[in-house]
Design a protein around this ligand. Sequence first.
Ligand SMILES: *Cc1c(COP(=O)(O)O)cnc(C)c1O
Length: 810
Amino acid sequence: MNTWQDKEEFKSEFTKKAHILWEKDLPDLTPNEVYQTVAFMVRDLVSEDWIRTNETYAEEKAKQVYYFSIEFLLGRLLDSNLIGLGMEDVCRAGLKDLGWDLDRIIPEERDPGLGNGGLGRLAACFIDSLAALQLPGHGCSIRYQYGLFNQRIIDDQQVELPDSWLADGFPWEVKKVDKAVNVRFGGNAYMRPSEDGGLECVYEKYSSVRAVPYDVPIVGYHNHTVNTLRLWRAEYSREDMYRELSLGDRHRAFHYKNSVQLISRFLYPEDSTEEGRKLRLMQEYFMVSAGLQSIVRYYKKKIKESLYKFDQYIAIHINDTHPALVIPELMRILMDEEGLSWDAAWNVTVRTVAYTNHTILPEAMERWSIPMFKSLLPRIYLIVEELNRRWLAEVRKRFPGDEDKARDVAVLWDGQVHMAHLAVLGSHSVNGVAEIHSQILKDSTLHQFYTCFPSRFSNKTNGVSHRRWLIQSNPQLAGLLDDTIGPDWRLEAKRLIDVEKFSKDPAFLERLAQVKQTRKYILADYIQQKYEVKVDPASIFDIQIKRIHLYKRQLLNILHVLHLYYVLKANPRMQITPRTFLFGGKAAAGYGEAKQTIKLINVVARLVNNDRRIRKQMRVLFLENYNVSLGQLLFPAADVSEQISTAGKEASGTGNMKFMMNGAITLGTMDGANVEIHREVGDDNCVIFGLRANEVMDYYIHGGYSSWNMYSEDADIRQIMNSLVDGSLGNGESFGMLYDSLLDRNDEFFVLKDFKPYCQAQQEIERRYNKRLQWLHSSAVNIAHSGYFSSDRTIRQYASGIWHLKPVKS
Ligand SMILES: *Cc1c(COP(=O)(O)O)cnc(C)c1O
């Protein structure tokens, strides 16, 4: 069975399932038990298609891609799977007859805590698009027992609580004990002459970790394709445990057991200590080795072709450098286990692997100390050493005496393993994630590599799943679009362009305004329920939600809010269009400035919201624990999308696309995909301000910017800066770390430089908002042009330009 014929069938299946699972009468079920019952029913529906999809791929020997990512920020799966199967209405009707409201059951599912932010969410959108386009592609990652953390705000400050998202079970996973593999760490590796006169590797005295896969079905959209997200969990091997015990050393045995279990316990373990960093490297190799071993085993069992043809059937994609060890690990398997020569293994590896770069922030470039790397992964280190030796010999031959060049492309340098360089060297394709970002990679970050391998480089502008971010999160807008342009856009997001024809149609614009109003009421209700705060749905909803980071400049936003507060205080008769400023996002636990930014937002919020007169004109709120589900509530309710990173710093951004798809107007810098949003909609339909990337670059290279000058020359800037440290924000609060970063450290992210242009851009937003029909027109134009930012477009580009995959009908 892979559908419920009607609500009657749903109800009878539900009754059976609930009885088996809970041994209770229906009226006694808790909402969470109802959720789990429906989730298991959906999994039953999926299983036939899941098996058949896998059989078809194997029979047709279709080329398949494996997308390796240290994060997959999936969001809830019940709703998306019901929509994918086309079963949402039947389920809703059936539950209603039984006395439950599907919309109250859905929130019972906890967000799987398998990611941090944009990079992990991109991976989730990509596997969603792969399945929707019937492309053979699967995800590969780690089954973290604890997600990042749950964020609470206590006394204005972020508090991190453990995210034990698996505590009530995860109905979507299937443990595959028979598919477990062993991953080896530590010990000694060395080369010795082999019988055939060559060299062979001896790897001894290692310890083994059992990697057990948990598979999650990735359901296509109305098409019977079900791909797989394979998540690996580390378990101790009983053999090793007993061996230690039999040596009479209980302490060592338990140490072994605990250290193994730590590997898949936390997403992003603390990386400020030596121990934490080592654990992260273990995670990376664990995921890579387990994933590759299972792919090669599958290849030998089902594809049964020569390993020299591996790349004709298998593509491996690495999402940033965290999985870059696929390169030496595939070399290891091909040479040590399958007997290929170095050159043959290298050819296969490079033709198989492709790499996406996600950052140009130098502090985020992944590097590992050689001593740690070598002791943890001795065999992998030998391979990295050899590929680095061969590569530098080639470079020095081609560019004699150019040691700067050698340094810029070396995998091993200054006692470190440079993961981005490993990734570029071992891949046939390197891409950035927005046009401006890909250009910066070629011009500066990876310039020397670009001169060596110009044809490897390309751009693949990010996208988001319009199924999750429009169909699922904004059914009101989806319904209006169906009524206006028909439902084709659901299968082909480019068809959203048909909305443009209606973008001056007053009747359509009126309905669009109603949809936005409805979504603002839904958000206002949530805020009322959770925070007992009233926000006015008639005010402008101005939203900045993303990880808290200096380069993303939440600071610029909140300093403008503070400035606006001072202006209103100084001019009691002044009227502005009422605004609700909403913030959300997690700060890394060890990131002082980011945590202080959250505190500043909360302190300013209290100042503003407690002022009886001011709060009629503006409200400020920090929403706790931004995650995918909260995003689904926020994007549809936004009027203004804050995308204000320092130009040249945000690789692409994807939040900007989710806002656009839901009809918000972008207020942004010329950074990441904002550049392409601006090109799509034009100056009239977004508001751009601030320094351009080349201007920022010029300041970095040639100097010429002094934030102290901004401070001494501008009274408004002086006022807000002084208030950070003079206690005037209430309770004598002081924000010395932020003050120092803006003044003593010369404002690395140009917050003060862009402050006045930002204030003017905010005034422009207000002016436009008050021309109601024109604003609604802009909103419609944004929706119409958001089709380009569907991850379906992105994935088609990867499939044809990098992976060479074709759709397979299941
Ligand atoms: C889309 C998304 C992000 C990325 O947002 P940016 O604005 O592109 O940084 C981060 N977290 C969640 C939960 C998201 O849904």
